[in-house]
Design a protein around this ligand. Sequence first.
Ligand code: F6R
Length: 248
Amino acid sequence: MRVIVVKDKMEMGKRAAALIAEDMRKKRGPYVLGLATGSTPIPLYQELIRLHKSEGLDFSTCISFNLDEYVGLSGDHDQSYRYFMNTQLFDHVNINKKNTFVPDGMAKDVEAFCEQYEAMIDDVGGIDYQVLGIGANGHIGFNEPGSSLGSLTRIKTLTERTISDNARFFARKEDVPTLAITMGIGTIFKARKAVLLANGAGKADAIKASLEGPVASFCPASALQLHRWATYVVDEAAAAKLTLNHET
Ligand code: F6R
């Protein structure tokens, strides 16, 4: 695994964007991005926007699939992940919004929707680059500790820890949805390349467990140890507990 440790979150965004942009520029035909929400990827999206505006990075052939969405929030709710993606990235680059997919938090038949989401990813040839954040408990997407390492897109109950962590975005903790649709760890694993970002001391234990602990469902991100092309880009605070060598 490649582990790149950088000074701060701005540098984290730049390094991750450079990896993705290089890969995008190399591929002919549609480029399939797997995208995450939350605070962590914001500097990455800002850098991708900068690369688009000042260096012509082209999103016109991109197709994107987001990792997850809260159940019960429609795309125009300001805390929905569809809303986040529109405002943080899609509105600022030349991606065709018709080619951007976020799980449907209002799906009536969730099971059928999840199967269809997997099929849509497979139909476009799979994800080229998957962007990931990590929860303080080691989750990726909303695959909470204990999630099957082979899981596909499905509905999950959020843990108390994740609900508390995400309460900062809602007026009241009671407003945080308790269910989400998320790509599974198996879905993430199928991506050709993956980059996991983390910044801040609050992620140090999760980073340590996922890189230097056992591959185990109690730390879902640890599954990336088995991925053929996974890179971590983390800041010094998130890397503080690592003992093995890494790149800078
Ligand atoms: C969201 C997602 C989550 C977040 C994680 C960290 O799409 O996939 O796994 O990456 O909860 O969230 P932040 O970045 O807000 O600390």
